[in-house]
Ligand binder design. Structure first.
Ligand code: TK8
Length: 349
């Protein structure tokens, strides 16, 4: 009798362990985008990561997106936000979307140009004079054509947000003329147009992921970097740089990306909620970015030596770089480039 009781105990023990194991598998199976809450209905969890800090307009825009999505979906869609490249840099997070281990990221278009070369038309130095020009091109036929290239790369592009006009900081000397770039070790994004344009100006461009920039500046691995004012402020580059020169040499967009693997499993209503939220939060983010650009300049005046670069000198820089732009215009497709330039001409009339 004792033997049977012992066998029964062991059997129950194994059964219990089996049940525990199955329930663990069950909860694992609902990870990676969905989990069931205690009412049994499915909450879809959206992991959204960006490179900049929460206080940056990109971070504030993501929080606005989260608020809109969770409100419009009645909590069925839950957005988990990750800031300051905590999930990796633009390229790494974009690859995570393609692999289906992350659902949203909002990178600069520049580092994506290795995957979708046409994105690099926005990297042409001195292309846009105003943010309004950038909005018109990005939200028009040219920007939309580029978004249409994304699904074949496992990505869905919902909207363009604003990174902004870029300026140069460095620890050597103010940049007033093209000659002042000579020999400067300048961190750039991983983007051929930026690298070749700064080479053409005589600098020594060093492409690098965003999260490595502060350490590279601090250790003097590089002399300088270039980014919009809000980023220079938010990432405290003034602590490791002496000069900020207002070159306004490139306007960089952010592109709001969703993993196609995740997107394809959403209902049309859920897809519409994400699309509308990305566009609405994008409008908010652009406004915030423009306000923050002004505020950042005021605050940076007390932290770093700032010099204006004259329009005449910026024109000379643009002329020096022109052979690079002409070469890349051919590579990216003259039809798309001409479409962009003719739209810009109309806007400027
Ligand atoms: C943040 C980057 C950053 C960009 C850069 O993820 O790499 O310098 O300007 O904003 O996208």
């Amino acid at each position: 009798m004792k033997k049977i009781a012992a066998v029964r105990k062991v059997t129950i023990g194994f059964l219990l362990m089996g049940l525990l194991f199955l329930s663990a598998c069950g909860s694992n199976a609902t990870q990676g985008g969905t989990k069931s809450n205690n009412q049994g209905n499915q909450t879809k969890v959206i992991k959204a990561g960006i490179g900049l800090n929460e206080d940056h307009p990109q971070g504030q825009g993501l929080l606005k997106f989260k608020e809109i999505v969770e409100e419009k979906s009645g909590g069925k869609l839950k957005v988990q936000t990750y800031f300051s490249a905590s999930l990796g840099d633009d390229l790494k997070m974009t690859e995570a979307l393609q692999g289906g281990t992350q659902e949203i990221t909002i990178p600069s278009t520049s580092p994506l140009a290795g995957m979708i070369k046409e994105f690099s038309i926005f990297d042409f130095p001195f292309l846009f004079n105003t943010a309004e020009e950038a909005d018109a091109i990005l939200d028009g036929s040219v920007g939309n054509k580029l978004l249409k290239n994304l699904p074949e790369h496992g990505l869905i592009g919902l909207a363009y947000w604003e990174n902004g006009f870029r300026h140069v900081t460095n620890s050597k000397h103010p940049i007033n003329t093209a000659e002042d770039f000579k020999g400067l070790k300048l961190r750039t994004m991983q983007n051929k147009v930026h690298i070749d344009a700064f080479k053409q100006l005589g600098a020594n461009p060093i492409p690098m992921a965003f999260s490595e920039v502060f350490t590279a500046l601090e250790s003097k691995t590089v002399d300088g970097q270039e980014n919009p004012l809000a980023t220079i402020k938010s990432n405290k580059y003034y602590e490791v740089q002496d000069y900020l020169s207002l070159t306004k040499h490139v306007y960089t967009p952010f592109v709001f990306l969703v993993s196609k693997k995740f997107w394809d499993n959403l209902s049309p209503e859920e897809q519409q909620i994400l699309k509308d939220a990305a566009v609405e939060a994008g409008k908010y983010q652009r406004e915030l970015s423009r306000e923050e650009d002004k505020k950042s300049l005021e605050e940076l005046e007390t932290k770093i030596k700032i010099n204006e670069v004259s329009d005449e000198e910026r024109q000379k820089m643009a002329e020096a770089i022109k052979p690079v732009i002409d070469q890349y215009a051919k590579e990216f497709g003259e039809e798309l480039v001409n479409e962009m330039y003719s739209q810009l001409e109309k806007i400027r009339q």
